[in-house]
Design a protein around this ligand. Sequence first.
Ligand SMILES: [Ca+2]
Ligand SMILES: [Ca+2]
Ligand SMILES: [Ca+2]
Ligand SMILES: [Ca+2]
Length: 570
Amino acid sequence: MFGRFITQLLYITCLSAAHPIVIDGLWDDWQEVPVAVTDPEGDYNYDDWAELKITNDDEFIFFKISLHSEETLLQDWNNFFLYIDADRDSLTGHPFRGLGAELTWHFGYRMGQYFEQDGIIDLWQNDITLRQAPTVTSTEFEIAIARDSFVLSDPDSIAVIFSSFYDTGDYMPDNWEGIIYHMDTTVVGPVVPISLEKTGTRLVTYNTHYTGILEPDRQPYFERILQALEPDIIALQEHSEWNEIGDIISSWFPEDTWYQGYTFRDLVVLSKYPIINQANLINSERTMCALLQTDDPINPYLLILNSHFSCCDNDDDRQEQVDELVQVLREWRLNDNGPFDLPEGTPMFHVGDFNFVGYREQIETVTAGDIQDEATYGIDFPLDWDGTAITDLFSRHTHKRMAYTWRSDGSSFNPGKLDYVLYTNSNLSILKHFVLNTLVMPDSVLNEWELEAEDTNEASDHLPRIVDFMVTDLGISGELDLPQQYILSHPYPNPFNPQVMIPITLVRKAHIQLRIYDIHGRLVISLADDVLPAGKKLFSWDGSQNPSGVYIVRCQAGHIMQTEKIILLK
Ligand SMILES: [Ca+2]
Ligand SMILES: [Ca+2]
Ligand SMILES: [Ca+2]
Ligand SMILES: [Ca+2]
C-alpha cells in the first residue's frame, strides 16, 4: 500500500509538462517529454508494449506509444485499446481494471465509445479530433486527442491504460489504477506560421479528388487556392481523362504562358517552363514523368515524376508498382534504356498521392531504391545521382503542428500522410515547404491571400503540398561546359544567418572579381576586385543589413565566371 502511494506521488509530480508536439511521424519533438511508463519486454507474447509518454499543449493531449514487438499499422491490423478515465472516478464510465473509463478507443477498428451517465455513445475519429502518425507500419506512434472534445471536456487530470489486445492484452501501465496525467496549463502557443510567399521556384502537388478542377461547384475553391500559391509547376493526380486543364489554369494566370503535358491515366504535369519530354513509366500507368527546360543557369533540366499508386489495403499492387518504378529508373540511368534521353545529373522530384497506408517498406523502395521483389525487378538502385537515397520531405501545415495531407471528417480513417514530395538533395535545395490547410489559417492571413477558410476542405479530400526550391549543384551536370579548375567553392553555411563564408582557390595568381547580387540581379556588395596570389582565401559576407532571400555569389577570374546561390534565412 505504501509503495503504491509513493508511485502515485511520483506520477503526479513528474507527469505534467506541456510540449509543442507535431503529429508527423518524427520523434525529436518528444525528446524532452519524460517517460510516463516503461513497460517490461516479454510480459505478453504478442503485441508487447515498450513505453508510453504523455504530454499536452493548449489544444491536444498527446500520447507516444512504442512496442517491443514487430511493426504494425495503428489505423488497422491491431486490437489496441485506449481507456481514459476523464473524471478520475472509478464508479463512472466503463469499468476496466481500476478505471471508470469515460472514453474507450479501439485503434484497429477506428471506433470508440463514450460512457456517459445515461448510456453509451459510439464514437468516430472526428468526434475526438483523433490525429496520429505515422500512417505506415511502425513500432512507435504519436497520437493527439482534442482536450475539449465532448468526451473529455478538458479535464484537469486523467487516468490512462493502453491494452494491446482487448481487455486481456499487455497493459501499459501494469498497475491497476493506470497512469495519472495532470494537464499542464502552461501556454504552449501557436506554431510559428509559414508564410505563403513564394521563395524560389514553386512546385505544387495536388490530388484534386475525382476531377475536382472541372466541377463547376468546386472550381472556385481551386482557383483561389492556386492563385494564392502562384505555382510554377503543378502535378495533379486523380483528375481523370480530360483536356481542358491547361486552358483553365491559363485563364487563372492570364499573365503567364502555361505548358500542359499529356494526361497519363489520371496524372498530368503543367508548367510555366516548356515540357520537352514526357512519358508513362510503369505498366499500371500509375507513374508518369515530365522533363522540363527551366531557366536555371546551373542545370536547365528538371525531371518531375508524378505518381498515384494503388489505394487503401492494396499493399501488394502498391509494392509491385514501386518495385517496377525503381527497375525502370535503374535501366534508364544505368543502361540508357528509357523513354527519352535523360541528361546525367538532372535534378528530380517525385511527387504525388502515394497512398502509403500499409507497409513502410514502400517508402524505402521509392527513396532508397530498395526493391522488395528482386527476383522479378532486379537489384536495388539508390535513386539520387550521388548513389544515396532521395529525400522524403516532411512538411507541416502553415498554421498547425500537423502534417497530414488527406482528411475526411466523415471517414472512419483519421487524417494521414498520403501525399509525398521526394527530391534529389544532391542537386536541389529546398527553400520553403508546407501543406496548405485553409481551415487552420487566421482570418488576417486568409484575407491577405484572398482565400476562404473552407477552400482546401471543399476543394478536395487531399491538401496541396507546396515546395519552393532551387538547383544547387555545380559539379555533376553533364550538359554544361564547366571550368576544370575550381575557383569558387560552395559557400557555407548555406542557408546562413547572418554570416556566410566563401572559399576561393586559385592555382595561379589571377585578377578576381567577387560580387554578391540579389535575385533580381542588383549588385549588393563587391567583396574583391584585385589581383590575388595563388592559394586558398576565405571571404565572408555579413547579411544582417539585408532581407532574407536568395542571393547570387559571382566570381569572375579572367574568362572564367562561376556562380553559387546562397540563402539568407533570418
Ligand atoms: Ca512528431
Ligand atoms: Ca510489455
Ligand atoms: Ca470515470
Ligand atoms: Ca505491461
